[in-house]
Design a protein around this ligand. Structure first.
Ligand code: KG4
Ligand code: ZN
Length: 333
């Protein structure tokens, strides 16, 4: 099945064409530069830039794949969760194309998309039917038991800030700009992760929920007491903060795999772009003897290939959306 996917839930305008699980094109237009001066995503600006870019992004995805709209078998678009104005741009574009061409259309949950990204790794064995998923992005931190496509059981989630959000807020506090993840990762490389002992924010050891606001407050208190660090000290702070996040993610993920007697962990979402997170999970998987599936970095951060992938499974199952398909900003898995 040849499907065009469209993603516009946050600050990436993206379109991709997939034939089954083969990526023919994967175009992402990032708005990072637009939002950088504000230290975070400004929803109204995000919507306006999606409107400005979406037609070009879709055209580029079709051209890169060497296909025309008429040659497609279907359309898949993110319907939530995300910023309502941003989601509407992708949705209206997809619905317009469905109306004009008569192509079948399906709405996709952005989080389901992140989980499906692990199926798109060329040459790698796909994850088994049943697995534990660790989803870590700017808006979500969650452990999910997946018992087949569309069969999800929440095992734990963040009670406050998402892990990606914690990276962004700490970077803002240190005056490092937006988004926080990549810059903290870069500085952390030269720092000592044991320099400052930040709390591990494990509400209760036997629980699979997360909490990152205590860690963020600890960083804020440290800055209040010692001032904004400079030079080596900023590297140490970044490394220590990152290590605290890594420790919590890895410990809880391992606990979930053990508790549920799962054989595999699928990790997904923007924070999985972080090489310290990837390395720690890889080490833990080897130690504990479970299979680990982490997509390459471009498939961890927001993209439309993952949306097309989830869309194909839904289209193949006969699912169809009408032209009343609407944005659902708080959509859950
Ligand atoms: O999945 P994603 O692209 O968008 C959402 O659906 O939220 O995730 C974005 C989040 C941001 O908070 C960003 O700071 C974080 O992922 N992120 C990282 C890294 N790259 C992106 N966090 C840590 N290390 C990174 N290298
Ligand atoms: Zn995302």
């Amino acid at each position: 099945m040849l499907v065009l996917g469209i993603e516009s839930s946050c600050d990436e305008t993206a379109a991709a064409v997939l034939r089954g699980e083969q990526i023919l094109s994967n175009v992402v237009s990032s708005q990072v530069e637009v939002h950088r001066p504000y230290g975070g995503v400004v929803p109204e600006l995000a919507s306006r830039h999606h409107i400005r870019n979406i037609v070009y992004v879709v055209r580029q995805a079709l051209a890169d794949a060497g296909v025309t709209l008429a040659g497609l078998d279907g359309l898949a678009v993110t319907r939530g969760p995300g910023l309502v104005g941003a989601l509407l741009v992708g949705l209206q574009t997809a619905k317009g194309m469905a109306f004009a061409t008569g192509l079948p259309l399906v709405g996709v949950n952005h989080l389901e998309g992140h989980l499906q990204a692990s199926r798109l790794v060329e040459g790698a064995a796909p994850p088994p039917e049943r697995y534990v998923a660790l989803l870590v992005s700017g808006g979500h931190t969650a452990l999910i038991l997946v018992e087949g496509f569309g069969r999800y059981r929440m095992l734990g989630a963040s009670r406050d800030d998402a892990a990606g959000e914690a990276f962004d807020k700490v970077a803002k506090l240190l005056g490092l700009g937006y988004p926080g993840g990549p810059v903290i990762e870069r500085l952390a490389v030269a720092g000592d992760p044991a320099a400052i002992r930040f709390p591990r924010a494990l509400p209760r050891r036997d629980e699979l929920d997360f909490s990152f606001s205590g860690l963020k407050t600890a960083v804020a208190n440290h800055v209040r007491k010692h001032g904004v660090p400079q030079g080596d000290a900023v590297n140490d702070l970044c490394a220590s903060f990152q290590q605290a996040v890594v420790d919590v993610l890895v410990r809880k993920a391992c606990r979930a795999v053990r508790d549920r007697r799962a054989r595999a962990l699928v990790a997904a979402g923007g924070v999985l772009a972080n090489s310290a997170v990837r390395a720690a999970l890889t080490g833990a998987a080897a130690e504990e003897g479970f299979a680990l599936h982490i997509p390459p970095v471009p498939l961890c951060t927001d993209n439309a290939a993952m949306i097309a992938c989830a869309g194909i499974t839904r289209l193949e199952a006969g699912e169809r959306a009408g032209l009343d398909l609407n944005a659902e900003p708080r959509l859950r898995l």
